[in-house]
Design a binder for this molecule. Structure first.
Ligand code: GCU
Ligand code: CA
Ligand code: CA
Length: 134
C-alpha cells in the first residue's frame, strides 16, 4: 500500500498546497483552481500490469466529480460528493488498471468548481512505489 501525500509520488496540482483547513495528513492538501479541467498529477510504479484500488481522501462543500486518467486514458469517474465542510474529510475508492512501469495518474475536474481539496491518495496493489515526475 502506497500513501501519497504532498511529496513522493505527488507531481503537481494546478493550484496550490494549502494547510488552512484542519484534519489533513502530511504537510497539507492540494487545492486545485476552481475551474473545469484543473487537475492533480501523481506518478506510481508497478512491477507488472494489474488493477489497483485508489482511495482519495478529500473535502468539499459541493459535489466535485473528476475524471481519473491513467497514462492519458480516462478510466473512470470519482464522484467526490460534498463532505459538508472544508475540515470534514471523507474518502472514495475506485479500481484502476495500472501498467507495468511508471503510471501517470491524473484527477481532472469535470466542473467549473474544480476538484475538492485533496489530502492524500492511497494506492492498494502489488509492489507499488512512488514514481518520478520528470
Ligand atoms: C474555499 C476553501 C478552499 C477551497 C475553495 C474551493 O476557498 O477555503 O480550500 O479550495 O473554497 O471552492 O475550491
Ligand atoms: Ca479549490
Ligand atoms: Ca496531505
Amino acid at each position: 500500500t502506497l500513501i501519497v501525500q504532498e511529496d513522493n509520488g505527488f507531481c503537481s496540482v494546478e493550484g496550490s498546497i494549502d494547510s488552512n483547513h484542519s484534519g489533513f495528513g502530511g504537510s497539507g492538501f492540494a487545492n486545485s483552481d476552481n475551474k473545469s479541467g484543473a487537475g492533480i498529477t501523481y506518478s506510481i510504479n508497478a512491477d507488472y500490469a494489474h488493477n489497483a484500488l485508489l482511495d482519495i481522501r478529500y473535502a468539499a462543500t459541493s459535489n466535485r466529480p473528476a475524471d481519473i486518467e491513467v497514462n492519458g486514458t480516462v478510466v473512470g469517474t470519482a464522484y467526490l460528493p460534498a463532505t459538508g465542510a472544508w475540515d470534514s474529510w471523507n474518502s472514495e475508492s475506485l479500481t484502476v488498471p495500472l501498467e507495468a512501469g511508471e503510471n501517470r495518474i491524473r484527477l481532472i475536474a469535470q466542473t467549473a468548481n474544480g476538484l475538492p481539496n485533496i489530502d492524500s491518495m492511497t494506492a492498494v496493489g502489488d509492489n507499488l512505489s512512488a514514481g518520478s515526475c520528470g
